[in-house]
Write a protein that binds this ligand. Sequence first.
Ligand code: RIB
Ligand code: CA
Length: 313
Amino acid sequence: MSARKIIIDTDPGQDDAVAILLALAAPEEIEVLGITAVAGNVPLHLTERNARIVCELAGRHDMRVFAGCDAPLKRKLVTAEHVHGKTGLEGPVLPDPTMPLQDLHAVQFIIDTLRAEPEGSVTLCPLGPLTNIATALTEAPDIAPRVAEIVLMGGAYFEVGNITPTAEFNIYVDPEAAEIVFKSGISITAMPLDVTHKALVTAPRNDAFRALGTPVGSAVAQMTDFFERFDKEKYGSAGAPLHDPCVTAYLIRPDLFSGRHINVEIETRSDLTLGMTVADWWRVSGRPANATFMGDLDAEGFFTLLTERLARL
Ligand code: RIB
Ligand code: CA
């Protein structure tokens, strides 16, 4: 079976970095057509820089990285340095990027690629706020039927919020963008906190990364050592939740995940619950299903896959 063509839209962030590394370590299953950066965990000038740093860590100086939107559609940017550190990639000391940033705007790259590639052959993998994706869909409505699937990290239902009592960060930063995406009619698979909070990097799992004895293994272990502070303090978790790698792991081993095809709406008006993914898990609303909302994963299988693939870089 030929590799699935994807565009990774991202706001690195340590967990984004691991998701990108996993995608680049799976050439049989995934062909990364390009990486588009969006403002989120940290401002755009850092997310695009971090994306290039991660590509070079993986030895992929050839990868095309594009800068996209530097602010949400209608709101002031909210960032997450309290989780990811000032640069967004705190933990390991990594060299400044030498590979170029592409001149083309990320939104134009998304539009051009979807128009050029055969219909239904490209999957979009947003790992941050949905601003780039929503802007592309608004500027070029013709691309929506051409998207094979959107596999995104975002939202929460049983786990409720990580940035407010009711909202997950990616959705909260740009709820209007999320509403456009979830109403687009495109096939959506969502990795909410309900499943990503089960992908915890416990000490033995982080030791396995370190034991790879490679620059990638050591960098991932150091990223996790930094990134886990927030969740350990807030939730008393056993380790850092690898939110974004759930997206790329799903592309390789969808059998590791389970969820329900349900209706998911985005709160865009209430200040109290802004950015909440109102997931009709019990199907009480009568509203049509528009997303496969994941709720569980085989964590041991996930970490075995991740460790094995990172060893290849
Ligand atoms: O809420 C977790 C999500 O927000 C992850 O994608 C993390 O990288 C941040 O973007
Ligand atoms: Ca992210």
